[in-house]
Structures are given as structure tokens and as C-alpha cells.
Design a protein around this ligand. Structure first.
Ligand code: SAM
Ligand code: SF4
Length: 343
């Protein structure tokens, strides 16, 4: 144990341990999701309003050198996995090259990215050199009309080309992410699962989460039990050995198909939320830290980053972690758009 300290303004102790930061509720925080942009070339119905969101000026978002500097501090505090997300990370100019230099800086770190894959055909060659640990690709349907409807601006053929180029470049551990919405794509799940399996990808079904003004409601929400029912016709499923106890690697429960041994993940973000084991923190493109997706409390890191004040940055990160709530609050309609926080 490296030491204990009392967070300013917080009423409990937390510690810095070799495996990460342990907060006052015993959760080991070792995973950071960094949004590199709040912009996106899509407007998915579950994520962004049709008109888009007001993008921040370039001066107000973290520069690549800011992200590098901040990441050194995060890693020194015990963060072991950094995922880049957005908005769409690949709409930011220089992102693929940045991933390569980020890997050079952190040769042993788990580095991954979440993307809609539409721009991967242009960047997969460069990204290959970043030796990512994994990539998550959003895929909500295989039907081109539904895809256009759900993403508002998307063309499924771009995503198919993106998936093919990622696979050709040997990017490992690719997962597809499907946000399940009643009336949109709930009957497409078996086809998505078969498609993902046939391309060597791991499909994951995500419960639709309420964000500001995003159509979430009784009519559109599909609980995990029903998601699982929709997959039942594909054969018998077994819950993976340690899946009941969700791991530090993520909140998904994995089920293995008894016939072919292939698996599918289900992320029960709402019906069985994983707050007691949440190991993550999020940093928005503007450099604000959020310890909980569903809680608006943000700790600004940008001033410390721009001053390159290490002590202030550490203090801000630890103070922000101390604000991580025990459980998500239900006032979710007030929280930001997913694209703003970095899903
Ligand atoms: N643009 C990239 C993409 O679409 O993969 C990365 C950013 S996106 C905000 C990250 C993830 O959040 C995606 O897998 C997306 O499906 C998920 N997401 C966005 N809004 C969501 C919501 N309301 N409920 C559940 N997942 C959501
Ligand atoms: Fe863009 Fe990803 Fe949000 Fe869709 S889910 S609007 S692709 S940030």
C-alpha cells in the first residue's frame, strides 16, 4: 500500500493500491475512458439529438499533448486501461497517429477505442501500429434502412468496410455493441450475433440508458431478461463461469452458446446496474472528470493540465473519485448526452 489520504471535502478515506485507486466503498478504480471529441458524423437516436449538440471550440477541449500529460498521471495513480471514445474519436484530425504515439509512450498499457467504424477504412492501417488491446464497434442492426434511421446520418456499408478493415489489420478483441431499443432493433439481435460470430467478433447487447431527451421510456426500453429471451431461439446458453461476479474487465455478463461455444455479452446497465463494482472514471473532451455516468458532478482537470501542475491534477482526480456515488441516481433525464460524456 502506498498510502492513505483524506479527500478534500469528502467524508471517507480511500487508498492508493498497486492495482489501482481504491475508493471509500472498496471499488478499485483502474479504468479510464477519455473522450477525445464531442463531435460525431452520426446522430444515433439513443445518443444525440437530431440537430446535434453544440460543439465546443477547439481551444476548450484537451489537446493531444494534454491527454498524454494527463494519462501519465492517471497511470501513475494505478489506471491500467485507457479507452478512447467520444463522440466519434476518428472524426478528430490526427487521432490514428495519436494512438500510435500514445502506444509508444505506454507500451504496457491496455489501450482501446470505441468507434462507429465508419471511418476505419481510412485509418485502420495506421491504427494497426498502435497495437490496441481491443476495439468496440457500434452495430445496432444489419438492415441498411434501419441503420440509416437509427444513426440518422449513417450508411451501413461504411461500417461493414470498417469492420472488414479492422479485421484485416488484425486488430484484436473486437466487440460489437448493440443498444437494444424496442420498436427499432429488438428483433435484429440474432442476426447481429450470427454476423459478429462469423467475423470472429464478440457481440454485446447493451440496455438502452436514459440520457437527456433521448427517447428512453417504457416503450423503448428492453430489459436484459427480455434481451436474453430474444436470443433463446439461438440455442441453449450457459452463463460463463465467473460471469455472475462481474470482473474488473467490464460490466458485461457473458453467455456461452452450448452448441458452438461462442459467446454473447449482455450489459445490464439499468436492470442490474453494476455500481458496487464500477471500476471506471470518465474524462470528457473538455477535460472534466466524471466518476459516474449518471451523475452530473464533474471535476475540472483542464486548469491543472494547462498549468502542468502535477500535484493539483492528482488532487483533482482523487477529489473527483471521492465524489463517485454509491449508486447511480435516477434523475437521469437531466444528465448530458452520451456523446458529450464519452459513452
Ligand atoms: N461513436 C462511438 C460509437 O458509437 O461507438 C463512440 C462513442 S459512443 C457514445 C460509445 C458507446 O455508447 C457506443 O457503444 C454506443 O452504442 C453507446 N451508447 C450511446 N448512447 C447510449 C445509450 N443511451 N444507452 C446505451 N448505450 C449508449
Ligand atoms: Fe455518434 Fe457514437 Fe453517439 Fe452514435 S453512439 S451519435 S456514433 S457518438
Amino acid at each position: 500500500m502506498q498510502g492513505w489520504r483524506l479527500a478534500q471535502g469528502a467524508s471517507f478515506l480511500y487508498g492508493l493500491l498497486p492495482m489501482g485507486i481504491v475508493d471509500g466503498r472498496g471499488r478499485c478504480i483502474n479504468y479510464a475512458r477519455i473522450s477525445v471529441t464531442d463531435r460525431c458524423n452520426y446522430r444515433c437516436v439513443y445518443c444525440m439529438p437530431e440537430e446535434g449538440v453544440k460543439s465546443r471550440a477547439h481551444a476548450d477541449i484537451m489537446r493531444y499533448e494534454d491527454i498524454l500529460w494527463l494519462s501519465r498521471i492517471l497511470v501513475s495513480l494505478g489506471i491500467r486501461h485507457i479507452r478512447f471514445t467520444g463522440g466519434e474519436p476518428l472524426v478528430r484530425r490526427g487521432m490514428a497517429d495519436f494512438l500510435v504515439s500514445f502506444r509508444e509512450e505506454f507500451p504496457g498499457l491496455d489501450i482501446s477505442m470505441t468507434t462507429n467504424a465508419s471511418l476505419l477504412p481510412s485509418f485502420a492501417g495506421t491504427i494497426e501500429r498502435a497495437r490496441l488491446s481491443g476495439m468496440n464497434i457500434s452495430l445496432d442492426t444489419l438492415d441498411s434502412d434501419k441503420f440509416a434511421h437509427m444513426t440518422r446520418l449513417g450508411d451501413i456499408s461504411d461500417v461493414m468496410s470498417g469492420i472488414a478493415s479492422a479485421a484485416e489489420r488484425g486488430i484484436p478483441n473486437i466487440k460489437t455493441n448493440t443498444v437494444v431499443m424496442r420498436g427499432f432493433n429488438e428483433h435484429d439481435l440474432p442476426d447481429i450475433v450470427k454476423f459478429s460470430w462469423s467475423h470472429g467478433l464478440i457481440p454485446r447487447m447493451i440496455e438502452f440508458m436514459p440520457m437527456r431527451g433521448n427517447l428512453w421510456g417504457r416503450e423503448t426500453f428492453v430489459p436484459s431478461a427480455e434481451i436474453f429471451d430474444l436470443l433463446k431461439p439461438m440455442g441453449d446458453w450457459e452463463l460463463e463461469g465467473n460471469a455472475e461476479k462481474k470482473t474488473a474487465c467490464g460490466p458485461a455478463k457473458y453467455y456461452r452458446n452450448a452448441h458452438n461455444g461462442l459467446k454473447v455479452g449482455v450489459i445490464e446497465a439499468i436492470s442490474n446496474h453494476f455500481c458496487s463494482e464500477c471500476n471506471r472514471l470518465r474524462i470528457t473532451a473538455a477535460g472534466n472528470m466524471r466518476a459516474c455516468l449518471f451523475n452530473n458532478a464533474e471535476t475540472p482537470l483542464l486548469p491543472a493540465i494547462r498549468d502542468m501542475d502535477e500535484a493539483a491534477a492528482r488532487e483533482a482526480i482523487l477529489t473527483g473519485i471521492a465524489l463517485k456515488p454509491r449508486k447511480w441516481n435516477d434523475a437521469a433525464d437531466g444528465v448530458s448526452h452520451m456523446s458529450d460524456i464519452g459513452g
